[in-house]
Write a protein that binds this ligand. Structure first.
Ligand SMILES: [Zn+2]
Length: 330
């Protein structure tokens, strides 16, 4: 739990806990169709992807002002810090907010009010990654990138999330090219529910530097060999995989086999308010259920910093890695 780590796969909208959802609903005069936080917490025990997405988008209605996004990010950073997170590269989904009339500036500046002081307030360094919703059109993604241009000093890179199947990476070739020309880093969700071919396409067509999820690479030996050879990081989210039925039970998770294969795996939380835990909870769960050794857990923590976008501050990366090496398991 307290092992120093970086979180590289975290959707800030997915950190909205029932208590804060109700607090923001009250503040903004938004009516939620739940009697109280207990009733809402029950709704968080959804059964499949679609019921999760329905709730996820429904609750976003409570996020309206810069202060709301600031409070959301501060709540996440406090929880992350308590679970050993020293560096967080945080996804946000602007299209989900733009579509309901909340502007890019409100979202980015609101998040930044928390992120900009996160090191002082929480001891967590941060970066922000703008994600496109892959079930929206390529034109919408391009318009979103355009809307983000005044805020690029706050944004390190772009990603691609939401429903994967039927929305192959190639659909977003042009917006990824435009982002690269703007100097933005590139990642994408691939090979979670979509086929291994989506991972290859994300690398070759979108030029991504990290694959989010990517666990279905294990179905393709040549792809695994390539990911190992090119040291492509995979941002795995074990508890999310169980909740969304990508794996039946955590004990079946391919993480140990992926580490044995030499893949550069990291462990992350995805949408922790909905999927049963934050980064430290995920480390705890895989450590216990999959029987990972202390060396393996330390390797995962080192990987998280090696895979981070810290090229502008290698001294910081070295400091974090030294913290992992010096860590003593209790
Ligand atoms: Zn995700």
């Amino acid at each position: 739990m307290s092992l120093p780590k970086a979180e590289l796969h975290l959707h800030i909208e997915g950190t909205l806990e029932p208590e804060l959802a109700f607090e923001l609903a009250t503040r903004n005069g938004v009516e939620l169709p739940y009697a109280d936080t207990e009733a809402l917490r029950k709704a968080y025990r959804f059964e499949d992807l679609q019921s999760f997405l329905n709730l996820y988008y429904e609750l976003m209605a409570v996020l309206r002002t810069e202060r709301d996004f600031e409070d959301l990010a501060n709540a996440y950073l406090a929880r992350a810090a308590a679970q050993g997170v020293r560096h967080a590269e945080i996804f946000f989904d602007p299209q989900a907010h733009l579509a309901r009339g909340v502007g890019m500036g409100t979202v980015v500046e609101g998040l930044w009010r928390a992120l900009g002081s996160s090191e002082d307030n929480h001891g967590v360094s941060t970066q922000l990654i703008l994600c496109f919703l892959r079930d929206e059109s390529a034109d919408s993604a391009m318009a979103t990138l355009e809307a983000a241009k005044p805020y690029l000093d706050r944004i390190v890179g772009i990603g691609l999330d939401s429903a994967e199947v039927g929305h192959p990476p190639v659909k977003f070739r042009e917006v990824y090219e435009a982002a690269a020309a703007l100097g933005l880093r590139r990642v994408a969700h691939a090979g979670e529910e979509g086929p291994p071919a989506y991972i290859t396409e994300a690398l070759d067509v979108l030029g991504v530097e990290r694959i989010d999820h990517g666990l279905r690479c294990m179905e393709d030996e040549e792809l695994v060999a390539r990911l190992v050879r090119e040291r492509i990081p995979l941002t795995l989210c074990p508890l999310s995989n169980v909740r969304l039925r990508t794996v039946d039970v955590l004990a079946d998770h391919p993480l140990p086999a992926m580490l044995d294969a030499g893949l550069l795996c990291t462990v992350n939380s995805d949408d922790p308010a909905y999927f049963g835990g934050y980064a430290g909870d995920n480390f705890d769960a895989v450590g216990q259920t999959l029987g990972l050794s202390e060396d393996r857990l330390r390797e995962l923590a080192c990987n998280s910093f090696l895979a981070s976008f810290l090229e502008h501050d290698e001294e910081r990366r070295a400091r974090y890695l030294a913290e992992v090496e010096a860590y003593e398991f209790g």
